[in-house]
Write a protein that binds this ligand. Sequence first.
Ligand SMILES: Cc1cc2nc3c(=O)[nH]c(=O)nc-3n(C[C@H](O)[C@H](O)[C@H](O)COP(=O)(O)O)c2cc1C
Length: 348
Amino acid sequence: MTWWPHSSRSGSGIGMETRKRRHIDVCLHGPVEYETVTTGLEHYRLPYNALTQTSLRRVRLDTRFLGKPLSAPLLIGAMTGGAELSGTINRNLAAAAQRLGVGMMLGSQRIMFHNDAVARSFAVRDIAPDVLLIGNVGLAQLSEPVLPALERALEHVGADALAVHTNPLQEAMQRDGDTDFTGSIDRLRTLAATLRQPVLLKEVGHGIGAAAAAALAGSALAAVDVAGAGGTSWARVEQLVRYGEIRSPALAEWGVPTAQALLEVRRTLPDVALVASGGIRTGMDAAKALAMGADVVAVARPLLAPAIQSADAVVEWLLGFIDELRVCLHGCGAADLAALQRGGVLTA
Ligand SMILES: Cc1cc2nc3c(=O)[nH]c(=O)nc-3n(C[C@H](O)[C@H](O)[C@H](O)COP(=O)(O)O)c2cc1C
């Protein structure tokens, strides 16, 4: 049975802007989350301490990431840009990030390379002057000729850093996806060593595990965002956009679960700054990921619907998340993030 009633079955020849709009529609209304794979965080628990010596009100969540202060260890995940609606989404997310002092990742800026008109959908610096703002480009689209356009796009939005997303499974699900990843590790290493801004590598929900992390050893990458399996599956999103239904469930459910990805990358690259994302849905998920070695967490899809509504709706969602995280630290006797990390997690 076809799930997505208005999807074109051809899938080819649609413009990037239309594809972005379909991504948003499918992510809002479709069954895009993993059905059988979980983050694995449920296999861990925080050590609860009935005799905590902390005061909830005074628990500190502030930290620094990529050289900028954050009032909580939280980034709004990379979502979108390019489609008309994306401007509204980005501005509501950015206004919320500014109000709460958290960071924000923009969606892929590739569309800006050839289309000046869409640049305004990424413009948020006027309302988010202090926010840690991270630009975005796909590893598969990274080549020497695009570098000047990429640098211009980063300048244009006022990005503090760049996230490069690696997404071989997502691209393989698209009819005209970029499926040649040969030489991409070298291109990433060169970019990380030469770009003015710090470079972070992320997945899009299928996870960066031990093998990928090992390939990054000795590189100048500033951070890795594991973007593991257990939340939004982009192999699901692309199948729904292309066919209106899931035709390869095994591919839709494939990836390195977030908890496993986190442990593998931390073990392989002990000194790299680490973002936990992919299915991070609650303050408790965040607390466990931080206790397992992440420096910050990122949340994407749960913020999409609030971002279409208003900045207030995004703030409300984030405040609930941050409040729960604060209670987690209090309940395990951690007055700050360093104490949370010293306490670690127990296996459930
Ligand atoms: C609507 C939408 C658009 C996205 N666009 C991008 C993108 O342009 N670049 C990128 O690196 N990741 C993109 N992502 C992936 C997210 O950043 C994230 O890695 C993934 O959704 C898993 O996190 P989640 O389970 O919290 O949604 C997008 C996610 C959503 C929901």
